[in-house]
Design a protein around this ligand. Structure first.
Ligand SMILES: NC(=O)c1ccc[n+]([C@@H]2O[C@H](COP(=O)([O-])OP(=O)(O)OC[C@H]3O[C@@H](n4cnc5c(N)ncnc54)[C@H](O)[C@@H]3O)[C@@H](O)[C@H]2O)c1
Length: 329
């Protein structure tokens, strides 16, 4: 049985879906602060609560034979972490340590962890490989880097095997699940919400970066490719592989305006844009060197191109709107 923390959220719910399709059993822990109960099928054991709740964790480990944990649960907004760092350190680090302790107490020694390219901070060069210096520019990035360091110490001292997957920009949807955040700060969902007319325009934060069209360049990775990498990371640990830190990206960068232009073609919608001031701490280019993921995990993205990532989200979002309208909601 695999414990998925944050399994009612975007990437966690998709990874749970892929694990179940592969015949694995999963149990989900999520406090639903940013997750959705209906992202978890009724037949999957679900516990609503915090990863820092010791009693709940010992109940879960007593009621299920947990073999490994995939730990997605975290607060994950850069801006929010700057205005309320205490909450981020408490939620992601303090509660994260409690989770690790309770897992070890129950004999669980395999952990796949959601880390992020935000642990690198302002890149000195792109593409970014795993040995690039880590110097986060936000409390959010620091919470993830701290967890990486804590897991390294726990590996040395207590034999906790872990794979920290440093994702670049997750995007896209499966047939059943996609990205629904409130508030939504990610680019693609907002671009498509503008295409649907749910918001009047999409905000572009800065058009004077040193990039060809002046907007920041990011590496987008399909959520199902991310999910697949978690399963490979789990298999790596099951085979006795060493703890690792691994980037997950496609190794291609697309500017904000390229995303919007591609979405205009796919949706056939004008998608109005508002140019706003730059956001503090937004680097101009974040592109992954994902060689290690291929070499160590044997990972090969199935949706490496931007258009297929955007199309998957658009199709999911359009179906969802139709079924919501049909139900009169
Ligand atoms: N979305 C991205 O592009 C991206 C990029 C890099 C890293 N990440 C990391 O991936 C993970 C998943 O991201 P996501 O986009 O699916 O976010 P999400 O907000 O959709 O999912 C996170 C889930 O964790 C739950 N949660 C948060 N704190 C909790 C706590 N203390 N106890 C129990 N549940 C808690 C939330 O309710 C939510 O369902 C996060 O750790 C995030 O930092 C995401």
């Amino acid at each position: 049985m695999i414990l998925i923390t944050g399994g009612a959220g975007y990437i966690g719910s998709v990874t749970g879906e892929l694990l179940r399709k592969r015949g694995e059993s999963v149990v989900i822990l999520d406090n639903l602060y940013r997750g959705h109960r209906d992202a978890v099928p009724a037949e999957v054991p679900f516990y609503q609560g915090d990863i820092g709740n010791r009693d709940l964790l010992s109940r879960i480990t007593a009621e299920h034979s947990i073999e490994a944990c995939i730990h997605f649960a975290a607060l994950a907004y850069v801006g929010e972490s700057v205005s309320d760092p205490a909450r981020y350190f408490q939620n992601n680090v303090e509660q994260g340590i409690t989770l690790l302790d309770e897992l070890l107490k129950a004999g669980v020694r395999r952990l796949v962890f959601s880390s992020t390219c935000a642990t690198y901070g302002e890149p000195r060069q792109v593409p970014i490989s795993e040995d690039h210096p880590q110097n986060p520019t936000s409390p959010y990035g620091w919470t993830k880097l701290m967890m990486e360091r804590i897991m390294e110490s726990y590996d040395l001292a207590y034999g906790l095997g872990f794979v920290a997957l440093r994702y670049f920009n997750a995007a896209g949807a499966t047939q059943e699940r996609g990205e629904l955040h409130e508030p939504e700060t990610h680019l693609l969902p907002n671009v498509l919400r503008a295409a649907q007319g749910h918001i009047p325009a999409v905000s572009v934060f800065g058009d004077d970066y040193p990039t060809p069209d002046g907007t920041p360049i990011r590496d987008y990775i399909h959520v199902a490719d991310l999910g697949a990498a978690h399963i490979l990371a789990l298999d790596h640990l099951r085979k006795g592989g060493e703890s690792q830190q691994i980037n997950l990206g496609n190794g291609h960068g697309y500017s904000v305006m390229e995303v919007i232009e591609t979405a205009r073609q796919i949706t056939q919608s004008p998608i109005p844009v508002n140019i706003e001031p730059r956001r503090a701490g937004d680097p101009s280019r974040l592109i992954a060197d994902a060689t290690k993921a291929r070499e160590v995990l044997g990972w090969k993205p199935a949706y490496p191109d931007l258009a297929s990532i955007i199309r998957s989200d658009w199709e999911w979002r359009s179906r969802r709107t139709q079924s919501t309208n049909a139900e009169g909601r």
